[in-house]
Design a protein around this ligand. Structure first.
Ligand SMILES: *Cc1c(COP(=O)(O)O)cnc(C)c1O
Length: 459
């Protein structure tokens, strides 16, 4: 059969996207001060900035939007949302929020106190920041393969069980909960195995600690378990997801990912007392406990999205499309982080732009060139994002990796778009020596400078 992922849908509504000329884009990116966040969405041809809230909903979800019950309390869409999530997670209390970070604010605000430590495989930047905000210390325990961009390993999202055990033996009294991010977004969208999840459960029992998922991409993770872990090939993805959740005491989730809708999230727990605490905070910060910052129609789209995301032909296509982009890059000899994960391909800009030293932002130079040459918007995850001078000493610490993330929105781009993206990358790779390094000319001192800083080329 075909050696490319076939879309398990046909297209009923189209949204035109506009091609611009290279000349126009050179002016646009210059006016944007070479910061991709300043470009109007309408001036982008293929937008791979993020997979968060950028997916396309199905006809079934749009039909559900018309059935929105906008009553303040206990609307029927809430009932559907709660029923579907209880079925998948088996967790007792489902608490809706407007997106993932709101779920984190409510959870960590209730359990993290000054001086506490929260272990994770890799914290995502919002969990990191929310734990810090509560005076806590977020620490990463991803296993060794997850730190090496070259190694091929089926579960590079796994946490290092030995290290976690040692850490808990010393510091368990400071730990409010153990977290595991599935799939591991900050580590390249890499999955966690069921065996690893089970072992974290055993440690949680041993030290009597609650165990939580950051479950944004739980369905993509479950699909990887099905195709890569022994004993799961004949289980349905839904059964695998149910087993994953059977090991945890609670979860947070940004439903802008595997919720298949454009906005939403939730936190879920088994503990009655904790649930009461969370609901009190929810009412204060987000809204009543049956809508949590979402409209009834949003809850309906999500309830239907959580069912659609577990359909295996969808997941085969989804994971297949990301892999397809990786395979095209292999053909052209383009360096990227291997293997491809669930939602994105990460170009290795240190190798791609090996003539540009880290201090001149090789990955940002590639981000700019991708826009100039093909109208493709991506995001830098390298020195431009992380090598911020220390406020007191002025010292700069460069990150190990210089990456450009190509995140694929769900059900949005066809395989022709993917081929186009690969062709553009191939052409740039051919003339990469001509790409110049970049420097920051304004707004470079803040910790989240990649959103706001202004750049120019170094001569
Ligand atoms: C997106 C994301 C979040 C935060 O969710 P938002 O909806 O953007 O607030 C948290 N954790 C992970 C792993 C994510 O990918």
């Amino acid at each position: 059969m075909a050696n490319f992922p076939i879309e398990p849908f046909r297209i009923k509504v189209v949204e035109p996207i506009k091609k611009t000329t290279r000349e126009e884009r050179e002016q646009i990116i210059k006016d944007a001060k070479y910061n991709i966040f300043n470009i109007d969405s309408e001036k982008v041809y293929v937008d791979l900035l993020t997979d968060s809230g950028t997916g396309a909903m199905s006809d079934n979800q749009w039909a559900g939007m018309m059935l929105g019950d906008e009553a303040y309390a206990n609307c029927r869409n809430w009932k559907n949302f709660e029923r579907v999530l209880k079925d998948i997670t088996g967790l007792k209390h489902i608490i809706p929020t407007h997106q993932g970070r709101a779920a984190e604010t409510i959870l960590f605000g209730s359990v993290v106190k000054e001086g506490m430590i929260v272990p994770n495989n890799n914290h995502f930047d919002t969990t990191f920041a929310n734990i810090m905000e509560c005076g806590g210390d977020p620490q990463n325990f991803v296993d060794e393969p997850g730190k090496d961009p070259e190694i091929i390993h089926p579960f590079k999202g796994n946490i290092n069980i030995e290290k976690l055990d040692k850490f808990l033996a010393e510091k368990a009294h400071l730990v409010p909960l153990i977290m595991l991010t599935v799939t591991n977004n900050s580590g390249g969208g890499q999955p966690v195995s069921m065996e690893n999840i089970r072992k974290v459960r055993e440690l949680a029992n041993k030290y009597n600690k609650p165990f939580f998922f950051d479950a944004c991409r739980f369905a993509e993770n479950a699909y990887f378990i099905k195709i890569r872990e022994e004993g799961y090939e004949n289980k349905s993805v839904k059964e695998i997801a149910q087993e994953m959740f059977s090991y945890v005491d609670g979860t947070t989730m940004s439903a802008k990912k595997d919720g298949m809708a454009n906005m939403g999230g939730f936190v879920a727990v088994n503990d009655d007392q904790l649930s009461d605490k969370l609901k009190e905070k929810l009412i204060l910060k987000e809204g009543f406990i049956t809508y949590g910052g979402l409209a009834g129609r949003d809850l309906e789209a999500l309830a239907r999205g959580f069912e659609e995301v577990l359909q295996e032909d969808y997941l085969e296509y989804r994971i297949g499309q990301v892999r397809f982009l990786g395979e095209l890059l292999d053909e052209y000899g383009i360096p990227y982080l291997k293997p491809t994960g669930g939602h994105a391909v990460y170009l290795d800009a240190k190798k791609f732009m090996d003539h540009i030293p880290q201090k001149y932002f090789p990955a940002q130079s590639l981000v700019v060139e991708l826009y100039k040459h093909g109208g493709i918007r991506t995001v830098e995850i390298g020195s431009f994002m992380f090598a911020v001078p220390n406020k007191e000493t002025g010292e700069i610490k460069f990150p190990d990796l210089e990456l450009v993330r190509l995140a694929l929105p769900r059900r949005v781009y066809t395989n022709s778009h993917i081929r186009y993206v690969a062709e553009v990358i191939k052409e740039i790779f051919g003339y990469r020596q001509q790409c110049k390094g970049m420097k920051i000319v304004a707004k470079g001192d803040t910790s989240l400078r990649h959103f706001v800083a202004e750049l120019d080329y170094v001569e």
